[in-house]
Every structure is written in C-alpha cells, then in structure tokens.
Design a protein around this ligand. Sequence first.
Ligand SMILES: [Zn+2]
Length: 371
Amino acid sequence: MIHKNSTCKRTTGLVASELYFWHDTMNWCGFFEPTMTLQPGEHFENPETKRRMQNLLQATGLWDHLQLMAPDAASNDVIGLVHPQSHIDHLAAVCASGGGDTGALTPAGPASLDIARMAVGGVIVAVDAVMAGDVDNAYVLCRPPGHHALPELAMGFCLFANAAIGIRHAQKQHGVTRVATVDWDVHHGNGTEAIFLDDPSVLTISLHQTNLFPPDSGGTDVKGAGNSNLNIPLPPGSGSGAYREAFERVVIPALETFEPELIVIPCGFDASALDPLGIQMLASEDFRWMTRQVMAVADKHCSGRIVATHEGGYSATYVPYCGLAVVEELSGASNQFEDPFQDFVENYGGQALSNDQAAAIEQAHKAYFPR
Ligand SMILES: [Zn+2]
C-alpha cells in the first residue's frame, strides 16, 4: 500500500466501470478472425490489460486518493457530434446478430454497442468534471478504445471516436475554443486526425511507430487546416531518447504555439518495451515524464486541464505499471511506486537517441515549423 499515506497535489478524476471489461472481442487469433490456419484464441484487445491496471491502482492504494466517477451511456445526439446515425445503426445490427467484425478489424459482442456508449459517456463525464473544476484532470480507463475510429467506420478495435466526441462536446457545451491532443499510442491516431483535419480549432499531435497501423498513415506531410495536425513518425526501436527529443524539439513547441484551452491525451501504452504490437522501447518512467511535460504546458495555458483516454497497450504484465505512473503523475502523488521492470527496460540497448531517430524528428519539426 505505497499510497496509503500519500498526499496528492491535484484532484484527479478516474472514470471506471466493471462493464468496460465486458466488451467482448471474441476468440480471435490476435487481430484476425479464426480460419483453418488461424487457431482461435485471445484477441489482443481484451479486458486483461485494463483490468490489471485498475487492480494495481487499487492494490497500491492510489485508487483511494482518486475521485471515482461512473460513466453514463452516451446518447445518439452526443455520439452524433462525430458519427452519423447510420454508423450507430450498423453497430446495433452487428451486435443484435450476436456480434462479429463491425468494420476494419474491430470485433464486437452482443453488448458492445452499449458498452461503447459508456466509453464515450466516460469521456463526457471526465470533460464535464474538468471543465467545471470539480477535478483538476481526469483519466478514463475505458474500453473499447477510440483513436482509430472514423466517422463512418469502426477500425483498429475502436467503435466510436471517444476522445474526438469529448472534444466536440467540450466545444459545444463548455465554449472551449482551442483543444490539443497528444496521442502517444504506438499506432497513428488516424481517426482523430481525420475528424479534425479541416478544423484549425483542434491541434492533433500523434507520435507513432512509422508505418505500423494503419498502413501508409501518419506522415509528416499531413498538416491539416491552419497547421493543425502534427505527425511524428518514429523509427521502429525508438526509446527514451527519441521520445524525449520528440517532445522537446516538436511536441512542446507546437503546444506552446497553439496555446490550448484543454488538452486531451489519447493514452496508449503500446509503445512500451514489452508490448506485442509495437517494437518501441518505453519504460513506465518515460510515460511519467511525457505526462509531466504535457502537464507543464497545461498548467501554463489552461489551468492544468487534461483528460486522458485509455487507448491501446497489450502487455497485460506491463500496462499496469505504465498506467500507474501516468495516474501518479496526474495526481501529483507524494509517493511513487517503484516499477520492478524499470531498471531492466531502461538498460536495454538502443534507448539513446540515434541518428536516424534524430533525423525523423527533425523532419517532423521542419514540416510543422517550416521557417
Ligand atoms: Zn495502439
């Protein structure tokens, strides 16, 4: 109970629900439907990573210092801020038929539409609490994830664009003008990018492994209206040095220039060194450090207002430690849990910035700051 006697500098909201773990991604083989050569098994996006993160928050005692918030199911009108009714109807039809692939590699079970509504509703609850000042910041420990979902297509395990809907809600209900996203999931935040590509009021930033998922997505040439999209594709094998350089050279300057009134972190943990779907090398302390950088910008420009939405991360062993580090940092907990994997991962070869990583980051910098 490392956090039993913690004091927290901030009030951090945590949106959680047992029902998030009941979204059924079926017995797929990794991310493929079973065939005669693909043995049924476990889908990569299953409850375990998220459940274990929740368990660790509880076991360390940090849970008791968070402001727990229950999600509501989002209405069609709220989801309609991003998705047409036809998309909701399509998901309803697949779920009513007993489940199946709802789009591009995105399985859903019979209850998944209702649970996906709660993922959106969880982000809405978090945005409302942060904007009202009831909490300083918030973490939404939801499934299914959201950052790949397009308005008319479920994609990459994502049914609805949770974070994007939360941003539209913040603009509509709370009069927020400028919102920035910092997406450090190892995959490109293509859905968020597509939804706001023509909208200079939302700066979408994505750090991701070059050409991972979706294929041929996330290049530095996609700049959006009014320079409102920033992609930082990082070479496979990028670790602590590359991510820190990317933040200092590009992410932080872009946020400083944009001056957001709210920051949303589509927070994936699949850039960790132990993840089966990416081959980046981050340790929990890197996620803590990135959180601290975003918080410093948020403190300066928007009274610390941050909403983090849980995205990918497929190591059931390691996601909990990375997630705990983020929530510890958001809450300003006086104690820090010592990640048993930290020494092991930070001493991997290749954690230092390499020349090809520096060149990739410089290219992103030049694309975003052309002069
Ligand atoms: Zn991902």
